[in-house]
Design a protein around this ligand. Structure first.
Ligand SMILES: [Zn+2]
Length: 147
């Protein structure tokens, strides 16, 4: 007499197959789908390799469907416009951050071209092309190596 147990999904009785004594779902399609979904969710949360494989599969799908996103953008101009504005905003912010670095780079360039005369100088902090503080530091510049 075969053992009967209750399917975890549909709650109907079923007989587990001898090959699978731990079977918890009957063989109905919906129940097998539910089993797979639960298995997959659990697998994703515990198995890093499996997760990596899944995302590799997504990336490879994108490689095989290179037009998907350009088609999507063509069909969704609002999405594109929003993206473009966000990118411009990011660029604006980045330019602001770069100002100091740009000035320093320019200073380096001019220093290497025309040698700076040793002596005492007033050093002021510059921010966005403007002198940030009126109080300046007195610094002395000496030539270390005549390059
Ligand atoms: Zn079932």
């Amino acid at each position: 007499m075969a053992e009967r147990r209750k399917c975890k999904h549909c709650c109907q009785g079923f007989s587990p197959r001898p090959q699978n004594p731990d079977q918890q779902y009957c063989l109905e399609k919906a129940c097998q789908r539910a089993r797979k979904r639960i298995w997959q969710r659990r697998k994703l949360s515990v198995d890093l390799d499996y997760r990596a494989n899944q995302s590799a599969a997504r990336i490879s799908w994108r490689g095989k469907n290179p037009d998907y996103w350009s088609n999507y953008r063509a069909k969704n101009p609002d999405y594109v416009e929003g993206n473009r504005q966000r990118q411009q905003e990011r660029n604006r912010r980045r330019r602001g951050q770069n100002t100091d670095r740009t000035l320093i780079a320019k200073m380096d360039a001019s220093m290497s071209e025309s040698s700076i005369n040793p002596g005492r100088y007033l050093l002021s902090r510059v921010e966005g092309g403007l002198i940030a503080k009126m109080d300046a530091l007195l610094v002395e510049i000496n030539v270390v190596s005549g390059g």
